[in-house]
Design a protein around this ligand. Structure first.
Ligand SMILES: [Fe+2]
Length: 155
C-alpha cells in the first residue's frame, strides 16, 4: 500500500503532538512563581501551535487514505513523551525544560517523517512536515533563550 511508513510515522507524530499539548496544559495550570503573568499566556500560544499541527498532520494523513489515531489509549501506546502527574513543586525553569525536551522529541519525529516521506515520494506530506519542523525549531530556540541556553545545549 502506498506511503505505508509515512502513515505510520504521521500517527506517531499525532500521538506526540497530543501528549505535548497535555504536558503544556499541565504546566500552564500548575505554574507558580515570578514570570507567571507572562509565561502563563505564552503557553496558550504554544498550545495553539501544537493543536494546529495535530490537526494538520491528522488531516493530511486522511488525504493519503490513512486513519489518524483518535483515542487517549492510542496516544499512550504510541507517544515517546513521558506521562507525569502534575506537581506544584517545580520551578518555572524546570517546567520550561520539560517543554523544550518534548519539543526536541517532536523535532526528531519530524526529521524521521521528513526522511520517510521523501523516500516514499510523498512530496506534499514532506513539504508539510518540513514547515512544521521549521516552526518547532524556532520554538526550541525561543524557549531555550528564555532559559538562558542555546538551542543545542544539553544534547
Ligand atoms: Fe488557560
Amino acid at each position: 500500500m502506498a506511503y505505508q511508513e509515512t502513515k505510520k510515522i504521521m500517527n506517531e507524530i499525532v500521538a506526540d503532538l497530543t501528549q505535548a499539548h497535555m504536558l503544556v496544559h499541565q504546566h500552564h495550570w500548575y505554574m507558580l512563581g515570578r514570570g507567571f503573568l507572562n509565561l502563563h499566556p505564552y503557553l496558550d500560544e504554544v498550545m495553539d501551535e501544537l493543536s494546529e499541527q495535530q490537526d494538520g498532520v491528522a488531516e493530511r494523513l486522511i488525504e493519503i487514505n490513512g486513519s489518524p489515531i483518535s483515542t487517549y489509549e492510542e496516544v499512550l501506546e504510541k507517544t515517546n513523551i513521558a506521562d507525569q502527574v502534575g506537581s506544584w513543586n517545580l520551578s518555572i525553569e524546570d517546567r520550561f525544560q520539560l517543554i523544550v525536551d518534548a519539543y526536541k522529541q517532536l523535532r526528531d519525529d519530524y526529521e524521521r517523517g521528513i526522511k520517510i516521506s521523501e523516500d516514499e515520494g510523498d512530496d506534499s506530506t514532506n513539504d508539510l512536515l518540513i514547515a512544521y519542523h521549521t516552526a518547532i525549531e524556532k520554538r526550541i530556540w525561543m524557549m531555550s533563550a528564555e532559559l538562558g541556553k542555546r538551542p543545542g545545549d544539553g544534547e
